[in-house]
Design a protein around this ligand. Structure first.
Ligand SMILES: C[S@@+](CC[C@H](N)C(=O)[O-])C[C@H]1O[C@@H](n2cnc3c(N)ncnc32)[C@H](O)[C@@H]1O
Length: 190
């Protein structure tokens, strides 16, 4: 158990340091706009969700860090929920879309997280996971920096992330740019 949470410490500066991002790929791959609810898992300060405002009936930002969520709470229209991605406090088939940006490598259990994302998304709904692509040199440096600062990050390749989904869950597609990868799945009926 770590003595402190990195993101609680980073929260006051996070949006300023990381910067606003227009999540064009998330909007495209998630099929936005959608009519129902959207979950931003490991959504932190709501940096991504704020760009999805008006594109869904409700946006829930779920995160483990209370201080990151305090920042999300200051953004009108976002609903913060403090929880682990490994145990989501929602019924099965709640969300039209689940997004997870730059957070999968931070969670304790990536397999349990993916199964939970799958459980709470509706049949026909989409999961979009954005992760830094560990096969690139720049992201290898980021991974080293996170190790040196005692973050418990564990980076998987896009294919390894895709393989976390049970094969019967749906077809996984992978998109890439210079540093990031997007792993998308549309949930099939059981
Ligand atoms: C790099 S930040 C990304 C935040 C946001 N998705 C964004 O792109 O701005 C990673 C976030 O994952 C959260 N996190 C780490 N492990 C988690 C877990 N097991 N359950 C929920 N959130 C978690 C951290 O608290 C942090 O806010």
């Amino acid at each position: 158990m770590p003595l402190f949470d990195h993101f609680d410490l980073l929260a006051p500066l996070y949006d300023k340091v990381i910067g606003y991002k227009d999540p064009v790929k998330i909007i495209d791959l998630g099929g936005f706009p959608v009519e129902g609810m959207v979950l931003d898992a490991g959504g932190g300060t709501g940096r991504i969700s704020q760009a999805l405002l008006g594109k869904a009936a409700q946006l829930i930002v779920l995160d483990l860090s209370y201080r990151m969520l305090q920042k999300a709470n200051q953004k009108i229209g976002l609903k913060p929920v403090c929880s682990h991605t490994e145990y989501l406090p929602f019924p099965n088939e709640t969300f039209d879309v689940v997004v997870m940006v730059d957070a999968l490598h931070h969670v304790c259990d990536q397999y349990d997280t993916v199964l939970e994302l799958l459980r709470v998304v509706k049949t026909g709904g989409r999961i979009v996971i954005e992760e830094p692509d560990i096969r690139t040199f720049v992201v290898k440096l980021v991974a080293l920096a996170e190790k040196l600062t005692l973050m418990r990050s564990r980076f998987l390749s896009p294919e390894q992330i895709g393989a976390l989904f049970p094969t019967e869950a749906g077809k996984v597609t992978i998109h890439r740019d210079s540093f990031n990868a997007w792993i998308t799945l549309q949930k099939m009926a059981e």
